[in-house]
Design a protein around this ligand. Structure first.
Ligand code: SAM
Length: 228
């Protein structure tokens, strides 16, 4: 099987053992293939809205000789999984807004799910906020740098009450949703590079007169200071 990109490798590494993984918006199908080859998932579903990506997924599944363990499903988001006993869901390479929309559209499917691993291309704070509001605790998160871009991967597990990941001295929830509470506490070196880039970008805008971003600049500066 072809080697996974650092981004998809992080998605697979954050998965915990499960019976049936559904990778929604699978495209090439490499995440479900890796999950069964590494016996993280006993079975997997490669799901996508469109037929063309699923042709590529079918090719990769067949090449890896895991057709007996990976099922292809065509349909819209998690609603395509109705009636299937799925206990883990991955969604990677799409916007945070789409991830939240797909979760909101299928609460009955999520009812049986025990873990979510998501890699939003943007709007990660929207995903973290959604999770906090819907009974999911942030179990782990990782930032990877690939091709000059930063990617965040978040793993959530069902949890009761307040998410302990957000109990960080001196920090309130909203800035932590932007920075990533676990990345901050761990002083993650890649996250520090990302925060530094964010700070420099916002700093340039504030220096150009966009004073409405002064509060955001203060958050990135505080994150850089905390992780240095
Ligand atoms: C940019 S690709 C990401 C592929 C792969 N997950 C990755 O991270 O490399 C996004 C995929 O999501 C699929 N997609 C978009 N909207 C979807 C939806 N509502 N339900 C299922 N799949 C969707 C697209 O067809 C496309 O194959």
């Amino acid at each position: 099987m072809s080697r996974l990109s650092s981004r998809l490798e992080a998605v697979v590494q954050l998965l915990q053992p499960c019976r049936t993984l559904a990778d929604v918006g699978t495209d090439h199908g490499l995440v479900p293939v890796a999950a069964v080859l590494r016996t993280i998932a006993a079975h997997a579903i490669a799901a996508d809205l469109r037929e063309a990506p699923l042709r590529l997924a079918r090719h990769n599944i067949s090449r890896a000789r895991v057709a007996d363990r990976v099922t292809i499903v065509q349909g819209d988001g998690l609603r395509a999984l109705e009636g299937r006993a799925v206990d883990a869901v991955t969604i990677a390479g799409v916007s945070g807004q789409l991830i939240v929309r797909l979760f909101d559209a299928a609460p009955h499917v999520l009812a049986s799910v025990e873990q979510l691993v998501v890699q939003p291309n943007n709007d990660a704070p929207v995903v973290r906020a959604w999770a906090r509001g819907h009974g999911w605790h942030l179990r782990d998160e990782r930032m990877v740098e690939e091709g000059g871009r930063f990617f965040i991967v978040c793993a959530f597990a069902k949890g009761a009450g307040t998410d302990p990941a957000y109990a960080v001295d001196g920090w309130s929830t909203a800035p932590l949703e932007s920075v990533g509470p676990l990345l901050l506490v761990r002083k993650d070196p890649i996250a520090l590079r990302w925060c530094t880039a964010q700070r420099d970008r916002v700093h340039a805008l504030v220096a150009d007169g966009v004073t409405s971003l002064a509060h955001e600049l203060a958050i990135w500066q505080a994150a850089c200071d905390a992780m240095a």
